[in-house]
Design a binder for this molecule. Sequence first.
Ligand SMILES: [Zn+2]
Length: 860
Amino acid sequence: MNKLFAFLLVSAFLIASCTTTKPTTVTPMETRELDDLVVKAKKIEQKPENIKVPVYHGTRTLDNDLIHTKLDVRFDIPAQELMGKATLTLKPVFYPVSNLILDAKYFTFTQVRLNGPNGPSLKYDYDNTQINIQLEKHYSRKDQYKIYLEYTAHPTQGPKGGSAAIQSDQGLYFIDPNETDPEKPTQIWTQGETESNSKWCPTIDTPNERATHEIAITIADKYETLSNGRLERSVKNTDGTRTDYWNMDMPAAPYLMMMAIGDYAVVRDTWKGKPIAYYVEHEYKDYATDIFPYTKELLTFYSDMLGVPYPWQKYDQVVVRDYVSGAMENTTAVIFQEFMNGTKRELMDQPRNELIVAHEMFHHWFGDYVTCESWANTTLNEGFANYAEYLWLEHKHGKDEADQHLEDELMGYIDNRPYHPLIDYHYGNREDMFDGHSYNKGGCTLHMLRNLVGDEAFFASLNRYLTANALSAVELAELRMAFEDELGTDMHWFFDQWYGHAGHPELEVIHSYDATTQKLTVTIEQTQKGDNIPEVYLLPLKVDIYNNKGKPTRHTIEMTARKQSFTIASNFDPVVVELDPEGTLVGTIEYLDRSDLAWQELYHFMPSYRSRVHAVQHLMIPLREKGKLKEFAKALIKDPYHGIRETGLFALEGEQLDVATLATIEKIAKTDSSTKARANALKTLAETGDQKYVPLVKTILADDSLAYTVTGAALSAISQLAPDQAAAAIKPLENIQNQSILSSIGEIYVNDPSPSHLAFFEKNLTKIKGFEAVDFFGNYVVTVLKVEPNNLGEAFERLKNISTDMTQIPERRFASAKILAEFRSQAGDHPLSAIVTEYLKEIREKETLKELQSIYQQMF
Ligand SMILES: [Zn+2]
């Protein structure tokens, strides 16, 4: 399962590996401060006799084991119902059984029989969530038995649940079931995680169950179907329907079962003899491998890295409409949300597609092949899939790109309070486990573990874990023991403090140098506090000390106390002392005595991305205040990582620039690998007003292979540099519904208001996406004011309708709310002021996304 991408993605940056000398040993000089270690008793408000064991969410007890499910399904699409015939093969796990409890939520049963449709009827109780079937005798663990059920599933019935990551637990979804929406194709698809496949298939719906299954799907012949395993045959029926027989003959957890049905173009290929297929809507047929980029290369990369070749029968991927999450790793049949769709040019600005493909694919080892046995152990699925993104970026795009991702992931976790242990048996709701801990902290912790034990040891241990636990359910101890057995070393301390407890170390660092004794003293204090957060982390750490030439010497220390000093022999007074120089610690580090000058020196020494980006983040405000940001930014635009170059360009906006700096920016505009950097560079060049850039801008406009951000920036640039040529430049782009292009045209049209330009805004109000919507909606309102001022109330109502429609993407909801809030703050006693105030109130009340709710609270 992939989280819906965080709404406010904080873009960071980062690396080039730093040159370091051989580690030297250090003598720790402990200054254990006992006062800090006093454990304060927790306030107990309950009376002693009322204290209970906290709610413990262990692994579900299995009395019966499901071995195989044979399913026959048809649909009443307008009624949003599934008619099913299921034959389940089962056996008692250990103790004899005389009854069978199956999860089956909101079904109507018509037959419950032993063996098959002609077998004896069985008595049962049903409470709308589970069916308890009385077997006709006791079965021992040596027996197998079959149960036959005929039923109608009503997935839209029952209470609605879900989480931030998976927004609904309906299990089975019918899109445009009555074919009333011209914008939407009719589709049927399922979403099983966490325990929602029992909304359409009677099963033992828990991740520690594992069974094979076959599904016969009967549907109108015009539709394609997709399910797990192989399509064995298709049979056309006389009534215009077709039955597809899908067979999943390797066992997997019930939540990984899936079906998807719709009018798709299916693009087929093979990887090492195994079939792969991309299911896309027809208009995207030519872009299937852009929508699911690097699929084959990723299969090879992960197979080789893990030493476990991709284990399943085939690999298929499908984009569905109105999906309730980002993507889902159903075994051999991954479902994705429609934000994946795009043309080759559009997708150049959307590098996240490859990360989602990578994430879901890695689940086919961690999640599908080896499965967390309970939701308390969710990070054994999600932490690995999250870390797969890092591994791919590092391999394909370099360490800076990967380290920027790591930095974003770490911040995503740190902001995700309150903290709970990564393995959490005391969660409130299992859906809450799909959070910034299981994903982000889980991935960052694996990176830290890899750096602790070394690459070879890390991947050998993962191979042992996958091999020893193949096709079974696991808990954390199994991961720990794989490392211990492979490496011959105890790892309990690591797994206990990082997985068994909440939080992370928060370090404060100071240093001093004694020229007489030639000794450097580095004092580190752990300041973290909170429920279930260790007061002291055992931390093996690296320290780089830099001389004034920027050459680092690396030392290794081990922190074992809350506050501790380390003495390091050094024949020079270090310019910078940098803890955790490669940026692998899951935690924060604050340098209490580091000057801005030292931060600047550190940046110029070109250390790892993490150190560079921290220097940049630290210096932006103080240097701006001192009027010294321009000089620093001139260095940033030459950084090897595009994220830092982009920051440099941003900092140079509106500055008077010298010839050499402009030449660097021109080079970025022409050839940079980052579309964003190229776009920013074009903006800066346009601001100079210098006509000499017109030919460059026109060359870019004429190149129809470029990303739309670059073309959009060129369009804005031509309107600034040569306004008389803007109309001609817009013409070939006017019908492209891309946010960068629409936004740039909007910027031009707002300065040239006319009824036809107002019509352009109105036509594209529903098309603009992303944060570009803010400017676009703003320019729309300004154009209405200039062209049709009497229609302003209508324009505001349209914006309000976008903000209060929760099926709209969050960026659009935010953008329209922001424009309304800006109007109200400037409107004074404008006649529409009162109604806009009402609109804002309604927007606040209807918003369901937590991040937006808190932004709105600050905004209006
Ligand atoms: Zn996932």
